[in-house]
Ligand binder design. Structure first.
Ligand code: NAD
Ligand code: TYD
Length: 358
């Protein structure tokens, strides 16, 4: 039975990954989820699996060396899947320090504790142990011209404090691999969407606002391009890289699905209008008239686009969920989880929203 240490498993991608892994492996694996439960962490995301005998939650901060070392001391960890991070670009622009703290220092602590637990006296590592660092395509910077793509060999050129902190954490993982032959992989993925995403990110924010007849804020000219991947496809890719990928390699993960922000917003509005029944009072609220152009994000990257050629050629992974289908499933999930949205948008979220958008 393999034991996984998942960091940040109460967040958006981490919780989807944990669901995916239990669906795939059932009782063949054990998962220990360590999460500090920041504003982005939510145990409600894991309600349906929390009673499993092969699941354990530990509330701890990844920068807390003693807490992380204790998890390694008390468990024979086979796999680390490292999601925990501060993940929102706008927050990084307002408050960069916590991004350095969690994303850089936290990754250093995770690497060091895993190395200490897995290293043998001769400097090699225990058989079969693996660390996967989950990163982003934003480390490669911004593409200006059509037809250009991010490859694993593209030089790093981060612009936001978020992407700079993720790039730094990637470099630390690379340094551990190069210096110690530490058994790791890095994955750099494009923008994810799907269930359990916190409504500070574009897609859930637009769904939530549209259903309440609130303005839909579009930064700048709305023509910035992101490559969107359904979160379950990302979870599958992470597992495939860890089990079938070559150690020490980086794999880019992308959706072959580039869209301008304004296109995304229009698709969401159209899908909402299709899905809401005639007698639903929210139907009258959802309208393109809500689209509101607002001041641009500082240093706003123009275009991200991943070429997921290597992961396809070496591992056979490809995105499976077409955007049309993925966005329908996502919107349906938000319809069916109104309480989840109410809970995460009460309290602090109101202050965040007011400060950010007014
Ligand atoms: P998220 O913000 O939804 O979740 C982050 C989780 O980490 C939360 O549960 C939070 O409580 C936890 N956390 C934060 N600081 C912590 C700390 N100091 N100690 C322990 N736990 C802490 O993020 P997400 O969107 O799920 O992203 C997960 C990872 O994937 C991140 O590393 C991010 O950089 C990367 N990524 C995200 C995307 C995307 O589109 N969301 C795309 C590519 C890569
Ligand atoms: P976001 O979901 O924050 O992801 P990232 O910045 O990491 O790509 O934003 C996606 C795109 O949507 C990005 O170009 C910024 C834009 N955006 C808006 O236009 N309005 C908004 O309210 C938000 C949150 C994002």
């Amino acid at each position: 039975m393999r034991t996984y240490l998942v960091t940040g498993g109460a967040g958006f991608i981490g919780s989807n990954y944990i669901h995916y892994m239990f669906r795939k492996y059932g009782d063949e694996i054990k998962i220990i989820n360590v999460d500090a439960l920041t504003y982005a962490g939510n145990l409600e995301n894991l309600k349906d699996i929390e009673d499993r005998d092969n699941y354990v939650f530990v509330k701890a901060d990844i920068t807390d060396k003693a807490a992380i070392a204790a998890i390694f001391a008390e468990n024979d960890i086979d796999r680390v899947v490292h999601f925990a991070a501060e993940s929102h670009v706008d927050r990084s622009i307002k408050n960069p320090e916590v991004f350095v703290q969690t994303n850089v220092l936290g990754t250093a602590v995770m690497l060091n504790c895993a190395k200490a637990a897995w290293e043998l006296p001769d400097g090699s590592f225990k058989e079969g142990k693996k660390f996967l660092h989950v990163s982003t395509d934003e480390v490669y910077g911004s593409l200006e011209n059509e037809g250009e793509y991010f490859y694993e060999t593209t030089p790093y050129d981060p612009h936001s404090p978020y992407s700079a902190s993720k790039a730094s954490s990637d470099m630390l993982v690379k340094a551990y691999m190069d210096t110690y032959k530490f058994p790791a992989n890095i994955t750099n993925c494009s923008n994810n969407y799907g269930p359990y995403q916190f409504p500070e990110k574009l897609i859930p924010l637009i769904i939530n606002n549209a259903l309440q007849g609130r303005n839909l804020p579009v930064y700048g000219d709305g023509k910035n391009v992101r490559d969107w991947l359904y979160v379950e496809d990302h979870a599958k890719a992470i597992d495939m890289v860890q089990e079938q990928g070559r150690l020490f390699e980086t794999y880019n993960i992308g959706g072959h699905n580039e869209k301008q922000n304004i296109e995304i917003i229009e698709i969401i509005i159209e899908t909402l209008q299709e899905q809401l029944s005639e007698d639903d009072p929210r139907k009258a609220l959802v309208s393109k008239d809500l689209i509101t152009y607002v001041a641009d994000r500082k240093g706003h990257d123009r275009r991200y686009a991943i070429a997921p050629d290597k992961i396809k050629a070496e591992i056979g992974w490809e995105p499976e969920t077409m955007f049309k289908e993925g966005i329908k499933k996502t919107i349906k999930w938000y319809f069916e989880h109104e309480d989840w949205m109410k809970n995460v948008t009460s309290g602090d979220y109101q202050n965040y929203y007011a400060e950010m958008y007014q």
